[in-house]
Design a protein around this ligand. Structure first.
Ligand SMILES: Nc1ncnc2c1ncn2[C@@H]1O[C@H](COP(=O)(O)OP(=O)(O)OP(=O)(O)O)[C@@H](O)[C@H]1O
Ligand SMILES: [Mg+2]
Length: 236
């Protein structure tokens, strides 16, 4: 059984339909890329999963239907969303942002352990704990957003363009940690990226969206090796 499964999902904003029947799945512990040009519907797909958009069709997570579920309950099921633009609250300190990740948890001792782990992954966040999140660089804010998601102890992370606006070295560092989180913590990842090259390095399976429809799906190795797919859809 897949951890996450979307079946013929349609979604949109008011009268505008954006997703025209999307089916995809993520297995437990798997990294899956969701690629596509600007406006293809990648962000909308993630918002649909977390209940931020009206949708129809079927979405199941760990065997449970997410139909009509509120965002907070989706989070409780084990899905952590790191949104486009990161969703950091810049009026709050780094620590306060991190606490937003763990506030639904009652396993205090495990939470403390997870804080230690997060600070191992991102030492800079420990140094800046008491500072306003607004003082962090773009890369550090992305780290904070991922750290906060990790503190939710999710089974699945939805990452929306973690590389956006970051220097190549910072992107590599962040993807290294995403890989570690996947492998050491067993967290499955649905990775939305414009940077197809790096996304395909990370993932085992990939989907390409084209204006609200799936244009291509396959193993990441297959997509990387297919020159016409690369040229037509991946832009490299
Ligand atoms: N809140 C909204 N209200 C109305 N239309 C929206 C809204 N958000 C997105 N759209 C439209 O939905 C379509 C898909 O947008 P979406 O943000 O999902 O694309 P995307 O693949 O994430 O693009 P990008 O790579 O630019 O982030 C676009 O045509 C966009 O204009
Ligand atoms: Mg987007």
């Amino acid at each position: 059984m897949a951890l996450l499964e979307l079946e013929e999902v349609r979604a949109g904003y008011g009268p505008t339909s954006v997703l025209h029947g999307i089916s995809l799945s993520v297995q437990e512990g798997q990294v899956v890329s969701l690629l596509g040009a600007n406006g293809a519907g990648k962000t909308t797909t993630l918002r649909t999963i977390t209940g931020g958009v009206r949708w129809s069709g079927n979405i199941r997570f760990a065997g449970r239907s997410l139909n009509r579920m509120h965002t907070e309950d989706v989070v409780r099921c084990g899905i952590a969303h790191v949104p486009e633009g990161r969703g950091i609250l810049t009026d709050l300190s780094v620590d306060e942002n991190l606490k937003l990740g763990s506030y639904l948890r009652h396993d205090g001792q495990a939470v403390r352990k997870d804080y230690e782990r997060v600070f191992e992954y991102f030492p800079v966040l420990r140094e800046r704990r008491r500072l306003s999140a607004s003082t962090l660089s773009g890369g550090e804010q992305q780290m904070l957003a991922i750290a906060r998601a990790l503190l939710m102890k999710p089974k699945l992370m939805l990452l929306d363009e973690p590389s956006l606006g970051l220097a190549p070295m910072v992107v590599r560092a962040i993807f290294e940690i995403i890989r570690t989180i996947n492998q050491a913590d067993g967290v499955a990842v649905l990775l939305v990226e414009q940077n197809a090259r790096i996304a395909l390095e990370m993932s085992s399976q990939a989907y390409v969206l084209e204006v609200g429809r799936l244009a291509v799906k396959g193993s990441s190795a297959e997509l990387k090796g297919n020159e016409s797919v690369r040229r037509s859809y991946l832009g490299y």
